[in-house]
Design a protein around this ligand. Sequence first.
Ligand code: GTP
Ligand code: SPV
Ligand code: MN
Length: 583
Amino acid sequence: MTTRLSALQDWVDSVAKLTQPEDIHWCNGSDAEYKRLIRQMNRSGDLIELDAASYPNCYLHRSDPTDVARVEHLTFICTQDEEDAGPNNHWMKPADAHAKIDALFEGAMQGRTMYVIPYCMGPIESPYSRLGVEITDSPYVVANMKLMTRMGADALARIEREGTFVKGLHSTGDLDPDRRFIMHFPEELAIKSIGSGYGGNALLGKKCHALRIASWQARQEGWLAEHMLIVGVESPQGETHYIACAFPSACGKTNLAMLIPPDSQPGWKIWTLGDDIAWLHLDEGGQLRAINPEAGYFGVVPGTNAKTNKNAFDMIQSDAIFTNVGVTADNQPWWEDKKTGTPVTDWKGDPYVEGAGPAAHPNSRFTVSAKRNAAYSELADAPEGVPISALVFGGRRKELAPLVYEAKDWKHGVLVGAGVASETTAAATGEIGVVRRDPMAMKPFCGYNFADYWAHWLSFAERSDKLPRVFHVNWFRQDADGKFLWPGFGENLRVLRWIIDRCENRVGANETAIGFLPTADDIDTRDLDISAETMAALLSVDKDQWKAEMASVGEYLQSYGDRLPSELLAIQADVVAALNVPD
Ligand code: GTP
Ligand code: SPV
Ligand code: MN
């Protein structure tokens, strides 16, 4: 197969000339092609087949032990003007970046097959969808892209019709961290990534395209590309509200997107639209609508069990790829908190020794098609997307942030989003558990200067009077012994219900300096083993702590200098003033 689109053919030819693969395979996206690749990787040892009786069509991939997470320090936004990338990104001049990375791509695919993957981010018929082509020498990447995106012939047909696509070039290279770079050229709609086979570094449709490049395009075109799950919450009366939530990596998006309502909430249903990325557009009537550009999940494995996330637990029981989990004696995948089985081999393939580190890497992942999710929404393929009632920000905060609060209005909501902070997790290499600012959960993913990004967010207030309400949640408050105060997981539905009641003006709130909070009675705690003191702690605003927090948010915003919209600082000043009003 080749293409009649000369811009694509010329690019593929030039990449082949540079990387010198043994042969070139154009992916058509068929199931037969996927099976062939799986069989081939099974033979080469790239994949290990898991127990076919209990985990049919499931495979384990062990990555290089130095290549298990995103690498933010090696990820660059390469714009002509450094200011356009902003202080939130690592920057390199495009010409220098191309020279540096092209030298590494020279001959990189010798003796290997080069795969050409046309893909569509979003429903194939949606006007909101965007196209891309990833060239890679990794069959593991091809298999993951098959599960995660709409890839192959249909995507190619649309690319040929439209002529515009994002060019993503990837090679696993030699996996040497010193020769690993993830580079983005938003002005050229191009990505080049070498030296890593890990998800966010190598599946270029995901973070590289659908967030970093797409956020840049979204700003130019008047929409938003966000690190958000999209979930439908259906009431016992059959009324469904769609909510999009931005939580940083490994902070609960996949779990919330497919939560199972507890027995205490009869009649409630949850429908998953997406678990990681949302593209948000204003329609002609001023309603914000969301599509999920992805078609599968690349989810955190540890912690997934029949109690915390039964939908995920069940969906990875067949047709899934596991990366960096442990294995039991009967060849089943194993991870911490799975609650069944015993590991004999760890994620590196070594004998498992209790107490000598986890069996599964803390950032071990599953890849599975969204169609395997029992809660997958019928509207996930709707070209027009779903109307969004509420946007929710959140993070992992041991203290300070209450269980839930509502922003005063859209613009204050932008400040709430900009002020998000969270403890770092294993999803990126580096220290774990340190609180850092992660505005809108986009710190690693915004393809341009945050100052411009906040201005873009603020501008929506001028474009519609039907914008969703904005909230902030925190499932991760702890007591002095490090125990979570809130049960989380399925019980988070109780908080979503309050959010929906607010959107429908069905419930009042405590007006505080930081926004609107529920009273203890407003959150249904029926059947929960939670004391009144704990609820009070979860729904309190410690003014001194918040004064310190808002001062820190102010300093952070000011570090963006002249480009920062002054309006955002004025909103921050209003919150500070409100905190200074004596009780
Ligand atoms: P990315 O895929 O990295 O973007 O992560 P994510 O935001 O989808 O996170 P995910 O849902 O995979 O959750 C990550 C970890 O947080 C898992 O170990 C979960 O078990 C844990 N987690 C999720 N929801 C909750 C919750 O409500 N309470 C608590 N205590 N832990 C949670
Ligand atoms: C994240 O780190 O936020 C993920 C996994 O969702 S990755 O695709 O690697 O970015
Ligand atoms: Mn993510």
